[in-house]
Design a protein around this ligand. Structure first.
Ligand code: DON
Length: 306
């Protein structure tokens, strides 16, 4: 029997809506420092097309690191396993913006979801396309089935103006010979990529593509095989929450990805995709209520991917 997803997400929303949370919003990106911390939305969309929404599920927010899954999928569709010559597929056990492993691991980032790895993926996209911003936007609009997806230039420029940590990562990678293009050009694309905005409903729809792990998917010339789709899920499960990936697998048990805009998207392949938006973050940079809401979801359903 299909669970009553609508009732379950409403229960979770009502239990958590006014719960106090200890998180803080991502104020290291000046333009994100003033987001309303009380925003809270959930959307669960099934592979059969049933959409269940509650709270602020139709309000746009900054995807930030959630976009790293989308940039990887685009590059993976083009380069196949050559991607792994320059980025590894191991959890890092360090924070998303950490630089320490990069030096002693010779500029070879542990995975494509930490900032260092996503910067190398951005470098690949800059090499592959004359106008990577246009190609990336068109690709994710196609996955979402919605042409209303946009970059937020203000957020991109705001992050760029203080992006010293990411500049440090990019220069370290460059010094080790794993960045082909100009640091400025690569980071410009990276900051724009992170600034993409979606609603919870759009985000769940976009990531539903990764749920159909038995069929190829993509948009236009950029198609992932079913095997590549399964590998994307494996990476989300092992690396999607940085040094909290183990905790997320333990508490929630779904592949997923977080972003410092307060979003978490997760999926139970072949069943549903769920997105949550709540801006306050825990110390690992993951949405505090988002983690809690998804833990409640798989507990109430009595089923994760395990
Ligand atoms: O590069 C950064 O720091 C941000 N644009 C993205 C970081 C992020 O979303 C980490 N995730 N939870």
């Amino acid at each position: 029997m299909t669970p009553d997803y609508d009732q379950i997400i409403n229960e979770i929303y009502n239990e958590l809506k006014d719960a106090s949370d200890e998180g803080t919003v991502a104020d290291y990106i000046p333009d994100l420092a003033h987001i309303d911390r009380t925003k809270f939305g959930i959307c669960l969309t099934t592979l059969d097309g049933e959409q269940n929404k509650v709270g602020d599920a139709d309000e746009k927010f900054s995807l930030q690191s959630v976009t790293k899954v989308l940039s990887l999928s685009l590059v993976f569709s083009q380069l196949g396993n050559k991607v792994w010559d320059r980025v590894d597929v191991e959890p890092s056990g360090n924070g998303f913006n950490s630089i320490i492993q990069l030096e002693y691991e010779n500029g070879f980032p542990r995975n494509p979801f930490i900032n260092a790895g996503a910067i190398v993926i951005a470098d690949m996209l800059v090499s592959l396309h004359k106008d990577p911003k246009a190609v990336f936007l068109n690709y994710i609009r196609g996955l979402c089935g919605n042409t209303d997806i946009q970059y937020n230039e203000k957020v991109a420029l705001s992050e760029k103006s203080v992006g010293y940590g990411n500049y440090s990562l990019a220069y370290m990678i460059k010094s080790k010979g794993n960045l082909v293009n100009d640091v400025d050009e690569v980071l410009d694309f990276y900051f724009w990529q992170c600034s993409v905005e979606m609603t919870c409903a759009e985000l769940a729809q976009t990531f539903l593509n990764f749920g159909e792990t038995n069929v190829p998917f993509g948009h236009g010339n950029y198609m992932l095989t079913a095997s590549q789709s399964r590998r994307m899920n494996a990476l989300m499960l092992t690396c999607g929450f940085y040094d909290e990936s183990g905790e997320f697998a333990f508490e929630v048990g779904l592949p997923g990805k977080s972003g410092v805009g307060g979003a978490i998207v997760a999926l139970n392949p072949l069943r549903y995709c769920v997105s949550v938006w709540s801006p306050p973050l825990n110390v690992k940079g993951n949405s505090y209520k988002g983690m809690k809401a998804l833990e409640m979801l798989t507990t109430k359903l009595g089923r994760s991917i395990f």
